[in-house]
Design a protein around this ligand. Structure first.
Ligand code: FES
Length: 266
C-alpha cells in the first residue's frame, strides 16, 4: 500500500454565494472510499455510461483511483490505467448534486496534472454517453488503431465506446489550471456584458474592472466586504478564506475566481 501523503492532493475553497464555504479536496482514494465510489458510479452504470465494477474490483484497484471530497463526503471519483506511452482516465463519476458546479472540472483538471507529473504527455478516455462533456474539456476523437495493443485487447466491440485524447496539464495547483482546459464565461448581468475569463486576472474584481464594469472595493483582500456582489449562477473559488460574510447569495469579488461559468449581479 502506498503512503497516502505521497499521492498528489489539491485543496479548493469554493462558494456558491453566502457564508457557506465548500471545502473541496482532490486526493488519492483509500480503502474507506470503496463503497462511496461504487455507489457514485451506480447511476452511470445504470444509464450505460460506465462499465459495471463490483466492490471487490474497486478495492483491488483503489490505489489507481482518486476522489473529490466535500465535507468528508466523496462526491466524485476517477481511475487511471497506465500503459507504456499513454494513460487512460476511466470511471469518471460525479454526484448528480454537484454536476455543473465545477466539481467535474476540478476532478478532471487534477487528474490531468497527476498524469503530467507522472510523465504522460496525453490522456485518453473512452466514452459512450459523455462525448460532449469530454469535448468541452478539449478531448478529441482519436483513431483506435493508435492505442496500445494491451488496451485494444480490452475493448468490447459491442459497447462501441469512442476513444478521445487530449494533452495532460502542467501545473502545480488545480484551481490555477481550471481555465486551461476549457473557457470559463463570466456574465455581468445588469451591464449586459459577457466575457471569457482571463487567467491573467488575479480576481473577479480585476476582471470586472478590465471589462469596465462598475465595482466598489477597499481592502482588496477579503477583509472589508466592500466588493460583495450577488452570484446569480455558478461557483467561484476563493484564494483565501473570506474574513467577512459577503451576505446572502453573494461573494467577495477581490479574492475569488470562477470555478464554473458564473453570472454576477453587476
Ligand atoms: S474589497 Fe474588501 S473584501 Fe473585497
Amino acid at each position: 500500500m502506498s503512503d497516502e501523503s505521497e499521492r498528489p492532493r489539491f485543496d479548493a475553497i469554493m462558494s456558491q454565494g453566502g457564508d457557506e464555504i465548500i471545502d473541496a479536496t482532490f486526493r488519492g482514494a483509500q480503502s474507506g472510499d470503496v463503497l462511496a465510489m461504487y455507489e457514485l458510479s451506480k447511476p452511470f452504470v445504470a444509464t450505460g455510461g460506465l462499465i459495471a465494477r463490483d466492490l471487490e474490483l474497486f478495492d483491488t484497484d483503489v490505489e489507481d483511483f482518486y476522489v473529490v471530497e466535500i465535507d468528508e463526503v466523496v462526491v466524485a471519483c476517477a481511475g487511471i490505467r497506465r500503459f507504456t506511452d499513454l494513460a487512460e482516465i476511466f470511471n469518471v463519476a460525479v454526484d448528480g448534486r454537484w454536476q455543473s458546479l465545477g466539481i467535474g472540472r476540478f476532478l478532471l483538471t487534477s487528474m490531468l496534472i497527476v498524469l503530467e507529473s507522472e510523465g504522460f504527455a496525453d490522456a485518453v478516455v473512452f466514452t459512450k454517453t459523455t462525448r460532449d462533456w469530454f469535448a468541452r474539456y478539449g478531448f478529441l476523437p482519436m483513431d483506435p488503431a493508435s492505442l496500445p495493443a494491451e488496451r485494444l485487447t480490452m475493448l468490447d466491440p459491442e459497447r462501441k465506446s469512442i476513444p478521445m485524447v487530449r494533452p495532460t496539464v502542467q501545473a502545480s495547483d488545480s484551481i490555477d489550471a481550471l481555465a486551461s482546459i476549457t473557457e470559463l464565461r463570466v456574465r455581468f448581468e445588469r451591464s449586459g456584458v459577457e466575457a471569457v475569463w482571463d487567467n491573467g486576472c488575479d480576481s473577479l474584481l480585476m476582471f470586472a474592472e478590465k471589462n469596465d464594469i462598475d465595482t466598489a472595493s477597499l481592502c482588496r483582500g477579503g477583509m472589508c466586504g466592500t466588493c460583495s456582489s450577488a452570484l446569480k449562477q455558478g461557483t467561484v473559488s476563493y484564494d483565501v478564506r473570506p474574513d467577512v460574510d459577503p451576505g446572502d447569495g453573494s461573494i467577495l469579488l477581490c479574492i475569488s475566481r470562477p470555478a464554473a461559468n458564473v453570472v454576477l449581479d453587476l
